[in-house]
Design a protein around this ligand. Structure first.
Ligand SMILES: [Zn+2]
Ligand SMILES: [Zn+2]
Ligand SMILES: [Zn+2]
Length: 336
């Protein structure tokens, strides 16, 4: 757990913000008893809950304020200089997205309706928080396993809303824009097109969604899930469609089952378009974002001894080629 003495500092070379302070996070998941996230727990800081059709269960998925938030919604970022450096207070939002009211109903063993409810709840939170012009980016992620930094035993993901765009997303946004400037096409659509034609790295196609291993993986068995039809914003996909999102829920569940035949520990992260109410200092204001960016999930499995190495490396080392990884994932024995 982090203390509240954290602040944001900008790396002047890479121009990326980091959250920093003296405390280090506690590595083991918290085992509250009774569990604070289970259906019958009284969590006063509920933000939003989704309806459920299951009898005796009050909600299907819900969002609550993180018990020890890294970011807080009150106040102004108070951005200030420190010589050549920049720093600001950690203004934003930090929520726990409870995936299911039942303790062990995870994204790989819940039913597709429950997973769809969770995805729509996540989308609703992104949409709501994007209404706050101070917030530049909303991240949704799940850390599962001790080496992944899992915090709670209950089936949960987390949301952070920040006054800056995280580094990895910033790289993707810039790269997507550069590619579009040259070719007037979305780089992700081009990747999907080529992968579907070649069939070398496709894990599974399901309706409008594809699961695939990237050409240049950062970790073994890295897998992405993307919509096959262009869309920059996850929440727009989630909240505008009526039927098709069930396929995404199903593909996410099946892909996590495949990953779990390799390792139980992984990071899952959603990459979607940033808040475009105002231009940002690092991205400027540009009109093609809806054309040049393409939302997706990334799954980064953690394989034993190699777990800690990749976060420190400048050049990722991945000892399993995606063409090999995809075979094992495709052939994995999973539920229907
Ligand atoms: Zn629980
Ligand atoms: Zn696209
Ligand atoms: Zn991404």
């Amino acid at each position: 757990m982090f203390s509240l003495r954290m602040e944001l500092r900008k790396d002047p070379i890479t121009r990326s913000w980091v959250i920093t302070g003296d405390d280090v996070p506690d590595a083991s998941p918290r085992t509250d008893s009774p569990c604070r996230f289970c259906a019958d727990a009284t969590t006063p800081l509920q933000v939003i809950a989704s309806r459920t059709e299951v009898e005796g269960v009050p909600w299907s998925a819900r969002s609550v304020v993180h018990p020890l938030p890294l970011y807080r919604i009150e106040g102004e970022p108070s951005r200030r200089g420190d010589g050549l450096y920049d720093r600001m207070r950690s203004i934003g939002a930090h929520e726990v997205l409870v995936e299911n009211s039942r303790h062990n109903r995870q994204l790989w063993n819940a039913n597709d309706n429950e997973i769809e409810q969770f995805l729509r709840l996540a989308a609703q939170r992104i949409k709501d928080l994007k209404g706050d012009a101070r917030l530049k980016y909303i991240s949704i992620f799940k850390n599962h396993g001790v080496n992944a930094g899992q915090e709670f035993e209950h089936a949960t993901s987390q949301l952070t809303a920040t006054t800056f765009v995280p580094r990895r997303v910033l790289y993707e946004l810039r790269a997507g824009r550069d590619y579009y400037e040259k070719k007037e096409r979305c780089v992700f659509c081009d990747i999907i097109g080529q992968e579907e034609r070649q069939g070398l790295r496709v894990v599974e196609l399901r309706g409008d969604y594809i699961a695939m291993c990237p050409y240049a993986p950062r970790v073994p068995y890295e897998t992405w899930i993307l919509p096959r039809v262009h869309e920059s914003s996850f929440e727009r996909s989630a909240l505008s469609r009526t039927g098709g999102f069930r396929d995404l829920a199903s593909l996410l569940r099946r892909t996590l089952q495949r990953i779990r035949t390799i390792t139980e520990e992984f990071h899952l992260v959603l990459h979607t378009s940033p808040n475009t109410i105002h231009g940002s200092e690092s991205l400027g204001y540009w009109k093609t974002i809806d054309e040049d960016y393409h939302w997706h999930f990334e799954i980064l499995p953690i394989l034993g001894a190699k777990a800690k190495s990749y976060t420190f490396k400048e050049v990722y080392y991945s000892p399993v080629a995606s063409e090999t990884a995809v075979k094992r994932l495709r052939d994995a024995k999973i539920d229907s």
